[in-house]
Design a protein around this ligand. Structure first.
Ligand SMILES: [Fe+2]
Length: 336
């Protein structure tokens, strides 16, 4: 491959001689007499390497190299100097310069330098390709793991829905709504994944409640109500051994707390209820209203919004209710 070289020297004679030598070696050469011209050229086109004179009038070559690197971080540099000293050499190496040429130089010296820079560039390219290959593999594996994790959570949520008649798909819909609310509230992607997972599992504790109580059509007595109300704590007991889910436990434990403090299990109120739990409470209530249940028909979206608004500040967090209303409105707009 032809090496494309930028040659920066303030002496016209040196530019001409060096340019001839490099062209003779099969390189494509452009010249600049000073920093401004060099910066302009590097900003407009890409070069493989730049040969820069160490003294460019008032500006030092090293200084210009720093500026050129900012314009093109992939550009390699060879510094040319008439009176090399240890300090210049160390300075040059610190700035990541690939090679050092001592004036006057022979054509063989140029060849060695070009070869050296090209080898360095190849190695860097290989390293970059290897890194991006590794990154891709890690990303693929992470996605695979996330997919498996999500499938397990969905499967778990379905085990509850199978027993709690009429709730099929409820957890998935709550997860979807919670995620939309969380996104509108500015949650990070990771926090949105957490709230989706917590929503899928919010009623997992119902696994520990007898079919007799879950399927009972008649009014529940006080004792049975207490058993039903124990499902957030049962959920936490079930999930506690899974360390990866520990950050979800507060959302599961407190999803039946009320904003006014009249909920369960702890009677927390306002912002002392974890935000994830307040979001799940709204999404859970919204979905319960618009879903068919064995004991009543589904309400409309408008009825759900009205009911959420009525509950705002009492059962539910007003900010989360208004955000949920916005999500519902956005959906209505999309569906026309
Ligand atoms: Fe629940």
């Amino acid at each position: 491959m032809t090496s494309k070289i930028l040659l920066v020297d303030d002496e016209a004679r040196i530019r001409d001689v060096l340019s001839c030598m490099l062209t003779e070696l099969g390189c494509e050469v452009k010249t600049a007499s000073g920093p401004d011209e060099a910066l302009d050229l590097v900003g407009k086109e890409s070069f493989h390497m730049a040969f820069v004179d160490n003294l460019l009038g008032p500006v030092e070559g090293i200084e210009l190299i720093g500026q050129l690197s900012k314009v093109d971080p992939d550009l390699h540099f060879v510094i040319m100097t008439g009176n090399p000293n240890v300090e210049t050499a160390i300075n040059a190496l610190k700035k990541g310069i690939s090679d050092f040429l001592r004036k006057p130089f022979r054509i063989e010296d140029l060849l060695v330098s070009i070869d050296h820079v090209n080898r360095k560039r190849d190695l860097e390219q290989q390293r970059k390709e290897m890194l991006s290959g590794l990154e891709l593999k890690v990303r693929e594996k992470t996605d695979e793991l996330k997919q498996t994790y999500l499938s397990v959570l969905v499967a778990l949520s379905r085990t509850v829905e199978k027993r709690d008649l009429g709730t099929y798909g409820h957890s998935m819909r709550v997860a979807d709504m919670s995620a939309r609310i969380a996104a509108k509230l500015g949650f990070t992607a990771e926090a949105i994944e957490d709230i989706q997972a917590a929503s899928l599992l919010h009623d997992i504790g119902k696994i520990g409640i007898s079919d007799f109580i879950l399927a009972k059509k008649d009014r529940l007595d006080e004792e049975e109500k207490a058993v039903i109300k124990s499902h957030p704590e049962k959920g936490v007991e079930i999930l506690k051994p899974l360390m990866q889910l520990s950050s979800l436990l507060p959302a599961i434990l407190y999803h039946h707390e009320r904003y006014d403090g009249a909920g369960y299990p702890a009677g927390l109120s306002g912002e002392s209820i974890p935000l994830m739990a307040r979001i799940i409470a709204v999404a859970d209530t919204y979905d319960a209203i618009i879903s068919n249940r064995p004991y009543r028909n589904a309400g409309t979206v408008e009825q759900a919004v009205t009911e959420l608004t009525t509950c705002s500040g009492k059962q539910l967090d007003p900010l989360v209710v208004s955000t949920c209303t916005e999500v519902v409105q956005d959906r209505a707009d999309v569906l026309g």
